[in-house]
Design a protein around this ligand. Structure first.
Ligand code: C5P
Length: 215
């Protein structure tokens, strides 16, 4: 199948406080450039949704489009800009993509229809009560934390996004839009290095990973 990588990179990076997050550099390369470089060998084309008025960083080989006001709007714009059979959606904020995860998500996307990288939860989970007090323990067995990349047959994800838009249903996650329609989503074991760079502390972690990743 013809495969496209779609990278929503139009966020403002408010929590990080360093300007548009995809353009922040770790180990001398932007988060966006790292994501594109990891995905390029496995796909036929790469499309990136950028903040209004911004151009691709130098040296990034991809097709730029204008993002929307929300991640969901940016992904819908990306979906409308390709006619690939399979799409891999990946947050620019997750710059370290192991090849195994890309291959397994892409294969399952075509076979099952939808697939996402995800990690079994390792921590004990508790539902808080009255703000900051320990409430109820939540068994972590069978709980997974969802990452990207997420892979889909393009037509199925486009239909799910258009239904969500019609119904005014907001979502931060594409696989959730498929599951909401009762369709299968395969969970593919992800990787700790696929954490999302969100806060300044994550940036320190990303610098450390980059030093090993680039060796
Ligand atoms: O803010 P958060 O880290 O959850 O954003 C996840 C991804 O969605 C980021 O890569 C960000 O650039 C992208 N995004 C987007 N368009 C928006 C908001 C976020 O492409 N309007």
């Amino acid at each position: 199948p013809r495969t496209a990588a779609l990278i929503p990179a139009a966020g403002s990076g408010t929590r990080l406080g360093r300007g548009p997050k995809a353009f922040v550099e770790v180990g001398g390369l932007s988060l966006l450039a790292r994501s594109v470089a990891c995905l390029s060998p496995y796909v036929d084309e790469v499309l990136v949704a950028l903040p209004a008025g911004m151009a691709l960083p130098d040296g990034v080989q991809a097709q730029p489009i204008s993002g929307g006001d929300t991640r969901q709007a940016s992904v819908l714009a990306l979906l409308r800009a390709t006619n690939a059979d399979v799409v891999l959606i990946h947050d620019a904020a997750r710059p370290f993509l192991p090849a195994r995860v890309i291959r397994e998500v892409a294969a399952a996307a075509w076979e099952v229809g939808a697939a996402t990288a995800a990690l079994p939860v390792a921590d004990t989970l508790v539902q808080a009560k009255e703000g900051n007090d320990w409430g109820t323990l939540t068994p972590r067995e069978s709980l997974w934390a969802v990452q990207t990349p997420q892979g889909f047959r393009r037509a199925a994800l486009l239909a799910a996004h258009e239904a969500a838009q019609r119904e005014g249903h907001a979502a931060t996650d594409d696989a959730g839009l498929i599951a909401r329609l009762g369709q299968r989503v395969a969970l593919i074991p992800g990787d700790a290095r696929l954490f999302k760079v969100t806060t300044p502390g994550d940036l320190a972690l990303a610098e450390a990973v980059a030093a090993v990743w680039d060796k």
